[in-house]
Design a protein around this ligand. Structure first.
Ligand SMILES: [Zn+2]
Length: 172
């Protein structure tokens, strides 16, 4: 896929055209239309790149293999400046390169959520603004808490059971 929302002339610390795994390229995790518009250099440290690589290898690629279709990373890493610009919490896993917001034109969000939910290791899944929003997934090495949450105008990061989500949005 062709790169988009990347600042020209910035050293991002990795070859952005290279693949982290079979289906994911480095640029997808630093791409941000807001960062480009505001001139923010959304560049991960080496440790943050390592978190991104762990997220891809342990969660995103296994999920992608289960789904068998392309998915879109809407938001990956956010440097401190970008995280403030989007009004996100400083403790967001995006800040560390441990989270991605996932969307698809062809796969229902509950199918994406189910694919991650069944994996052996993950840290956080948030069903954000279902059924039309996105799936937030986070993986931090050594943190296998498996926190399932729901965020929309009436449920603010409430911890929820899988059964509760299935009841609201359908699923298996
Ligand atoms: Zn997110």
């Amino acid at each position: 896929m062709a790169k988009k929302y990347i600042l020209d002339g910035v050293n991002y610390g990795r070859n952005l055209d290279a693949y982290i795994s079979n289906n994911f390229q480095y640029w997808e995790f630093v791409s941000s239309d807001k960062a480009v518009r505001l001139g923010i250099k959304n560049v991960p440290t080496n440790a943050e790149w390592k978190n991104i690589e762990d997220l891809v290898k342990n969660v995103l690629q296994p999920m992608r293999d289960l789904l068998g279709k392309a998915i879109t990373i809407n938001s990956g890493f956010r440097c401190e400046e970008l995280n403030m610009a989007v009004g996100s919490s400083n403790t967001s896993f995006h800040r560390l390169g441990c989270a991605a917001d996932i969307d698809s034109d062809t796969i229902p969000l509950m199918d994406i959520l189910n694919a991650v939910y069944g994996l052996p290791k993950w840290t956080e899944i948030i069903a954000e603004y279902f059924p039309n929003g996105w799936v937030h997934v986070a993986y931090k090495a050594g943190d296998n808490r498996k926190m399932l949450k729901l965020k929309d105008p009436t449920h603010n990061f409430k911890g929820v059971s899988k059964e509760y989500l299935d009841k609201l949005y359908g699923g298996k």
